[in-house]
Design a protein around this ligand. Structure first.
Ligand code: GLN
Length: 190
């Protein structure tokens, strides 16, 4: 199994280090051709507007939608979660619409400093360390969406079929649990 990492801008390298740790082969994705042979793709944190602009210019927007309809798994962190959402607010912008959630960009304010919280998840008994950086707030989730973790009254880790999204950055901690969960989805489907 090989996993792609969208490598336009942002912290894609931290995801690569995570996959290296887990011994999973990966490829950086910058053009539609890079999607060949992948079981899943990670959409990293960064600036979702920049990702959207380059994705559209490179033909990746349509290619990623096709990748999803062919059964490819997705894991979006922060900006990546914004790209996966059904609806994006403040300001509203286009999205891949692969996950039935609505998000509010920079929902916790435009702070530069990160906030680290510890919250429980459905993935295991011990809490998970969650790094939030100019994170979106998930305002609502559709019926088919499973909330795997909440923090401060909002969903922060959600899954719908083979689509997983977090508003925090698990790639910035040493904890591989969320990535392992994604790899399971990529391997077995929902
Ligand atoms: N604030 C960014 C956006 O709206 C996301 C920040 C992040 O990915 N850490 O696109």
């Amino acid at each position: 199994m090989k996993i792609g990492i969208l490598a336009i801008q942002g912290d894609y390298d931290a995801h690569a280090k995570m996959l290296e740790r887990l011994g999973v082969p990966y490829a950086f994705v910058r053009t539609p051709a890079d999607l060949a042979g992948l079981s899943g793709i990670i959409l990293p944190g960064g600036e979702s507007t920049t990702h959207l602009k380059v994705m559209t210019e490179e033909g990746l927007f349509e290619a990623l939608k096709k990748f999803a309809s062919n059964g490819g798994a997705f894991f979006g962190t922060c900006a990546g979660a914004i790209l996966l959402a059904h609806e994006v607010h403040r300001p509203s912008q286009a999205s891949l619409d692969l996950l039935d959630i609505s998000v509010l960009r920079n929902g916790y304010g435009r702070q530069l400093a990160s906030e680290v919280h510890s919250a429980p998840t459905k993935l295991r008994d011990e809490p998970f360390e969650m790094v939030f950086i100019r994170a979106p707030i998930i305002e609502s989730v559709g019926n088919g969406v499973e909330v795997l973790a909440e923090d401060a009254g909002h969903p922060v880790l959600v899954r719908q079929g083979r689509i997983l999204a977090s508003t925090f950055h698990p790639e910035l901690t040493g904890d591989t649990a969320v990535h392992e969960h994604f790899l399971k989805l990529a391997r077995n489907g929902s």
